[in-house]
Design a protein around this ligand. Structure first.
Ligand code: SAM
Ligand code: SF4
Length: 331
């Protein structure tokens, strides 16, 4: 059985695929409002994405997450999900899931469930309709909550992703946690990462998890959990409830030593690290060369996967920014 391993002996068995850079929202920490989306000819076709999933799977990748942009605005996204489900039914992969903003979930939830998606991450930064609109620029909270409810009824396990933003939702987090608890959802609280120049100082958005986490743990009597994935989250548990709280603090607490993933963009760039600019371009080989050439490029990517990200957020310092937006590599 083949397996991808990088130079630091980390086993890479997880691929995140950003299936589109397009999105129906404009979260202020993710992309600029006047973002220009990629011309269609630059974007991989559904068939090309499927071909790459098969190659990664043959190389030992067992977990796939579809992301974006917003994966549920990509036309024919269901073909990829069906394909991943076929691989799962043949015992070739362990899991396929997605991260979504939830705006189209009510339409897609039953299709996802029928196609083997057992759990999803839904991003939600506020339960207040006005604040939600403010952070997403034009999102409709009711649509997202409705989508989440439909997905829950379908039996899909839901984890909420909440990006912690200074002077925005830091006060509201307790309400969001309470809502998650009542609905039996896990939640990940995410520290803002300086990915892409969004025309605003990251320093003004960034809230360090360090102090915040301490308050959270004390106020809610949280217990550090033994639960681990190879992902970036550290988990806490309630003493009286099963919902888990994950903390993703890329800046204040580096988690790279257990990294098990690489990321494919919708243009076929393979990023070995979310927090670095290096990539290996698979599109040319995909369109013009052989499967062995693609495999050689993926194996080369493993050799140059960096040890760690070098995110940094300092006052008046734009250096350290990754020179692409989060919707390109997905989350
Ligand atoms: N559109 C989908 C969504 O919002 O869930 C999937 C793509 S989005 C880029 C994936 C995740 O990245 C979301 O949870 C979002 O909140 C998070 N994200 C976007 N920009 C970020 C940033 N600069 N720092 C930290 N998280 C970010
Ligand atoms: Fe769109 Fe997700 Fe980025 Fe928000 S975080 S703008 S929903 S891609």
């Amino acid at each position: 059985m083949k397996m991808l391993t990088d130079n630091f002996k980390r086993k890479i068995d997880y691929l995140r695929i950003s299936v589109t850079d397009r999105c129906d929202l404009r979260c202020t920490y993710c992309m600029a409002e006047d973002v220009t989306f990629l011309p269609r000819q630059e974007v991989l076709s559904i068939e090309e994405i499927i071909k790459l999933t098969d190659i990664f799977n043959e190389l030992g990748v067992k977990k796939f997450r579809l992301t974006g942009g917003e994966p549920l605005v990509r036309k024919n996204i269901v073909s990829i999900i069906e394909h991943l489900n076929n691989l799962k039914n043949q015992g070739k992969i362990l899991e396929h899931t997605l991260t979504t903003n939830g705006t189209n979930l009510s339409r897609y939830a039953s299709i996802l469930r029928k196609n083997g998606v057992e759990r999803i991450n839904v991003s939600l930064d506020s339960l207040n309709a006005e604040s939600f609109k403010k952070i997403t620029k034009w999102g409709d909270l009711r649509k997202v909550i409705n989508g989440i409810e439909v997905a829950k009824q379908e039996g899909i396990k839901i984890k909420i992703n909440t990006v912690l933003t200074q002077n925005f939702n830091d006060k509201e987090i307790f309400d969001i946690l309470d809502w998650c608890k009542r609905n039996h959802f896990d939640i990940s609280l995410i520290e803002i990462m300086p990915i892409g120049d969004i025309g605003e100082k990251r320093f003004n958005q960034y809230l360090s998890m360090k102090k915040f986490e301490e308050d959270l743990v004390n106020k809610l009597n949280l217990i550090p959990s033994k639960y681990r994935t190879n992902g970036p989250s550290r988990y806490y548990e309630y003493s009286d409830h099963k919902s888990k709280i994950g903390i993703i603090s890329a800046i204040s607490h580096n988690f790279c030593d257990t990294c098990n993933r690489v990321r494919l963009t919708c243009t076929g760039k393979l990023y070995m690290c979310l927090g670095q600019n290096d990539f290996v371009d698979l599109k040319f080989a995909l369109r013009n060369q052989t499967k062995n050439d693609i495999i050689a490029l993926i194996e080369y990517a493993m050799l140059i996967k960096p040890k760690a990200h070098n995110f940094e957020i300092q006052k008046d310092n734009f250096e350290g920014y990754v020179n692409r937006y989060m919707n390109e590599t997905g989350g």
